[in-house]
Design a protein around this ligand. Structure first.
Ligand SMILES: Cc1ncc(C[n+]2csc(CCOP(=O)(O)OP(=O)(O)O)c2C)c(N)n1
Ligand SMILES: [Mg+2]
Length: 617
């Protein structure tokens, strides 16, 4: 038996009956489709979505294709990668706008399905509007730019190609190791072409997500290493959340007394006040976590990619510290010249807890009380009557947010301050995207989080630079009545990069939002942009705060409002958060005519830790 449908209709019908299952719970693999239409998809996927109806495939209108991918990532991360969304675009610019979102998804190993339109397969009249022409390779289109940032890519030149490619796309979407952006480029004419599809294509499929247990010999070796350690440390990464392994992590830590430090993606794996929680690790880490890292002789990483922020650019851990990496991806498991435990985080942690039965790590005291005092001082008591510092903004959020509320952030100076200071109470609360640290992720991702978890209040924390880069999905939140709260932190420019610029002797060049001064530099008065008015003009209910006290009231009002809101606050740039506890390598110009650069280079040469190689296990 067969059914005659267009390629786009067959695609949508197929997607509407795909399910992911883990631990016996089923999820719609692709729960909805974001889309912006143009000639490259309006008659194909657009018509197919109309034909399918919202019951089979819910549709969400985007404003910017990059933001649609961020929304899908926010959704998928909240659903632990077990359910995601698709994004349909036209050809040309609509398709290339996907590239940044695709890279973000792939870097963070979060599944998203991208369906860019593509040039005519039948070539009745090249070039079609918006077609790139490459004289030396006639089959290259702009969608080839998506290849390096996709974990699976195919172009469906003929209807017959679709079924096998769909199965591969589902494989990539539902495999925690292989996942990321999954791209099916769909030539415009092929989308609308009819074909007789075998009914088998449209039967319900369930994609089982396995929990592979690491190899027994490797587990025994890891347990022996941890048993022999004087100062063991666990580093929890994003894999803990994806695998829903937080309870298993708490069990291992509690059973053995091994303390836990957290990467950006892993923050919140333990509640902040758990007796063994040391907080964030690395360049933006807490003092106790970084002290534990420096002292550690054996480190168990769980679901971490060991990025430069985590390792303080390779300088944090002792040269002879030995590493075990429990990771679903063998690639990450084999980093740090360590022992790889390749497998699911939850299964691996549970197996390690069994292997380590009866073992107690030697007691070690790290100054978590001291760090609590640092945090409380930075948070302030909310009584200040001047502009709050950024730490006080975080303190106000700490005071106002409820346990299950979610904080979304990605770039600027806030991820660092949050990693240091935020007190995560629920494992989903800290939603900071720092794999790609992409300005503009916050607002659309907050919509995705809220769609995935309608019972949670969501706060997107954005700097003024970030807001100006991608505020567009605010309109989507208003249109669909998704009551996210956007907290706009105004400091008149790229404060984070301004600080870094000063540190590397680049004199804050090009980092402030100010008028040009007579000497041509941007050091004049701050620009008179009114982001609160801008947010109101897009349809948000806006609360403004000029003091720490007003900020708490504004955040509370925003939280209670049933509408999407913005809270606008201007911060005091002269009271930065606690300084970095560890190094981050940003090389300074080796030669310069500028005295500031030369001084910065001397400081850099003096401070740069000696690189070391790690011993192999
Ligand atoms: C898309 C993108 N472009 C550039 C950067 C580099 N970058 C990191 S932080 C930052 C400035 C962010 O400004 P703002 O949102 O105002 O936050 P602030 O630094 O003031 O806290 C820039 C340009 C980035 N992370 N993402
Ligand atoms: Mg700013």
């Amino acid at each position: 038996m067969s059914t005659r449908l267009t390629v786009a209709q067959a695609l949508v019908r197929f997607l509407s009956v795909q399910f992911t299952e883990r631990d016996g719970v089923r999820h719609r693999t692709v729960a909805g489709t974001w889309g912006i239409f143009g000639h490259g998809n309006v008659a194909g996927v657009g018509q197919a979505l109309l034909e399918a109806g919202p019951g089979a495939m819910p549709y969400h209108q985007g404003r910017n294709e990059q933001a649609m991918v961020h929304a899908a990532v926010g959704y998928a991360r909240t659903r632990h990668g077990l359910s995601t969304m698709a994004c349909t675009t036209s050809i040309g610019p609509g398709a290339t706008n996907l590239v940044t979102g695709a890279a973000l998804a792939t870097v963070n190993r979060v599944p998203v399905l991208l369906l860019p339109g593509d040039v005519f397969a039948t070539r009745p009249a090249d070039p079609v509007l918006q077609q790139l022409e490459v004289p030396w390779a006639y089959d290259v289109t702009v969608n080839d730019a998506l290849r390096p940032v996709s974990r699976y890519f195919d172009r469906i030149w003929r209807p017959e190609m679709l079924p096998a490619s769909l199965l591969q796309a589902m494989r990539a979407l539902t495999d925690p190791v292989a996942t990321g952006a999954v791209t099916l480029a769909l030539p415009q004419d092929v989308q609308a072409e009819a074909y007789d599809w075998p009914d088998e294509l449209f039967r319900e499929r369930v994609w089982h997500v396995r929990r592979p247990v690491p190899d027994a010999a490797a587990l025994a070796e890891a347990a022996a290493l941890l048993r022999g350690a004087r100062r063991p440390l666990i580093v929890a990464g994003g894999g803990v959340r994806i695998s829903e392994a937080a309870p298993a992590l708490a069990e291992l830590a509690t059973a053995t007394g091994i303390p836990v430090a957290e990467t950006q993606a892993g923050k919140g794996s333990l509640p902040w006040d758990h007796p063994l929680a040391l907080g964030g690790i690395g360049h933006t880490g807490s003092a106790p976590a970084d002290a534990a890292a420096r002292a550690a002789d054996a480190v168990l990483g769980v679901g971490t990619r060991w990025t430069d922020f985590t390792t303080a650019s390779g300088s944090l851990f002792a040269p002879d510290a030995r590493f075990v990496s429990l990771n679903a991806a063998s690639f990450d498991g084999h980093k740090m010249a360590g022992l790889a435990l390749v497998g699911d985080a939850r299964a691996g942690l549970t197996a390690l807890t069994t292997e380590l039965t009866g073992h107690q790590a030697p007691p070690a005291a790290y100054d978590t009380a001291g760090w609590r005092a640092v945090t409380e001082a930075a948070f302030g008591d909310g009584s200040g009557d001047g502009p709050p510092s950024q730490s006080e903004v975080i303190g106000a959020l700490d005071a106002v947010l409820h346990e299950r509320d979610v904080l979304v952030n990605a770039a600027g100076s806030m991820p660092g301050d949050l990693h240091k200071l935020w007190r995560s109470r629920d494992v989903e609360q800290y939603h900071v995207e720092y794999g790609f640290s992409c300005m503009g992720y916050e607002i659309p991702a907050a919509i995705g989080v809220r769609l995935a978890a309608p019972d949670r209040e969501v706060f997107a924390l954005v700097g003024d630079g970030t807001y100006l880069m991608l505020p567009t999905e605010v309109v989507t939140a208003v249109q669909e009545g998704v009551p996210i709260n956007v907290v706009i932190v105004q400091n008149h420019g790229y404060a984070s990069i301004g600080g870094l610029s000063q540190q590397v002797g680049a004199e804050r060049f090009g980092t402030a939002y100010r008028f040009r001064a007579p000497d041509g530099s941007f050091t004049g008065e701050p620009l008179p942009v009114d982001l609160a008015a801008n947010a109101a003009s897009l349809g948000l209910e806006v609360f403004t705060a000029t003091t720490a006290k007003e900020l708490r009231a504004a955040l509370t009002a925003a939280r209670e409002s049933p509408r999407p809101t913005a809270v606008h606050v201007v911060t005091d740039p002269d009271r930065p958060g606690p300084p970095a506890e560890a190094w981050w390598d940003v090389p300074v110009a080796e030669v310069s005519t500028h005295p500031a650069t030369r001084e910065a280079r001397t400081a850099y040469d003096g401070a740069r830790p000696t690189p070391h190689t790690r011993p192999r296990l």
